[in-house]
Design a protein around this ligand. Structure first.
Ligand code: GTP
Ligand code: MG
Length: 351
């Protein structure tokens, strides 16, 4: 049975579960050879309880947790990977294009609430991918995140995945009242929608990393299909000031982003991150704004969308995508959260 077949429609109370995925997701780490009670306890301490969790972690994190050298940690990670290959959950190292095509067919999409923005994304936010929205303050990053909290919980025929959301809030800008308004404007019960959102406030970058370590078990436990990190970069930018700290900042951010990419792929969830751009008024050539995360975020996000304000409208542009055309679309922010500009909605109704 494919994931798509397994994920039936329904209310968020009867969350879809993929049989074989649930089975794989619950295989505990001590089922691997060479993991005794002491190692198990140490791995549990950093949120690794299953083989799947172990496969998502980097050997250096595992080495730190277990107190071993890197080669033993690499061996453990490889064992986890091999087990998942054996169970046909992971692809083998050399696979046919047909296999990759099959795995990609399990990708599902979540509507952003705007037809224009969905078109730009070839149908909406994808699972198995990290989508980054970057832009200046007020460009709509947080509003997109809030709207996705509602739309992802809709049934599939309405553009959602009938599933829960994890919202990692690093800037203290998560507003349940705004979610309630968006839900209500979209004809949903705001109480039900709010129940489906698991919020984690990250107080600093280390806390943000701890939350990430727990993410796998939260996804499994609560049937989450969308993870939002708003913003992925803010704490790193605030804490690592000055040139001397730049390489550590980039390293930590790099690890954070790579774990998110692996999480998206392994658990077949959609991950959305935001990233503020700083205005550099002294730049005369090229784009006067640049993403704060620098190259790290740019190279690990699967899709990057640049947002800017244009009067009352917002403009989104797909940047560096392997298969989307680079073009711009216009969307609008209102009581429904993200929406299409009224003239587009009117012309669509006419057609
Ligand atoms: P930073 O986090 O500061 O980088 O900005 P951001 O890109 O996250 O901006 P955000 O998504 O918060 O967008 C702010 C804009 O959304 C405001 O300028 C308003 O235009 C719009 N907005 C925010 N809240 C509401 C609301 O409740 N109703 C409506 N109609 N618009 C809103
Ligand atoms: Mg914001």
């Amino acid at each position: 049975m494919t994931k798509a077949e397994a994920d039936g429609e329904g209310e968020i109370s009867d969350l879809p579960e993929h049989k074989s995925e649930v089975f794989v997701a619950n295989i505990e780490i001590d089922e691997l050879d060479g993991i005794g009670p002491a190692t198990k306890a140490k791995l549990n301490d950093i949120g690794i309880t299953t083989v799947l969790d172990l496969a998502v972690k980097s050997p250096s994190e595992v080495a730190d947790a277990v107190g071993s050298d890197l080669s033993r940690a690499t061996e453990l990670c490889n064992k986890a990977r091999a087990k998942l290959v054996e169970l046909k959950y992971f692809d083998e190292d050399f696979v046919s294009a047909t296999e990759i095509y099959k795995r990609r067919k399990a990708i599902e999409r979540i509507t952003t609430g705007s037809k224009n923005l969905d078109d730009l994304l070839a149908g909406g936010i994808e699972t198995q991918a990290v989508t980054e929205f970057y832009g200046e303050f007020g460009s709509g990053k947080t509003q997109i995140c809030h709207t996705l909290c509602v739309t992802s919980q809709l049934p599939k025929d309405k553009g959602g995945l009938s599933s829960r959301v994890v919202y990692v809030d690093t800037e203290n800008t998560f507003r349940p009242e705004r979610i309630a308004e968006i839900a209500h404007s979209r004809g949903q019960h705001s109480d039900t929608i709010l129940e489906g959102i698991i919020v984690a406030k990250a107080f600093n970058s280390s806390h943000q990393e701890l939350i990430l370590a727990e993410l796998g078990s939260q996804i499994r436990k609560s049937g989450v299909r969308l993870v939002i990190v708003d913003s992925a970069v803010a704490h790193y930018r605030a804490e690592f000031l000055g040139r001397g700290t730049l390489s550590e900042r980039q390293q930590r951010l790099n690890k954070f982003m790579h774990t998110l990419v692996r999480t998206a792929e392994v658990y077949n969830v959609a991950v959305v991150v935001t990233n503020q751009v700083q205005s550099s008024p002294d730049t005369f050539f090229g784009d006067p704004t640049k993403a704060t995360g620098g190259h790290v975020v740019a190279h690990t996000s699967t899709y990057r969308i640049y947002l800017r304000k244009s009067g009352k409208n917002r403009v989104a542009r797909m940047v560096d995508s392997p298969y989307h055309a680079e073009r711009e679309i216009v969307f609008f922010l209102n009581e429904k959260g993200v929406d299409d500009p009224s003239e587009d909605a009117v012309s669509r109704r006419r057609n």
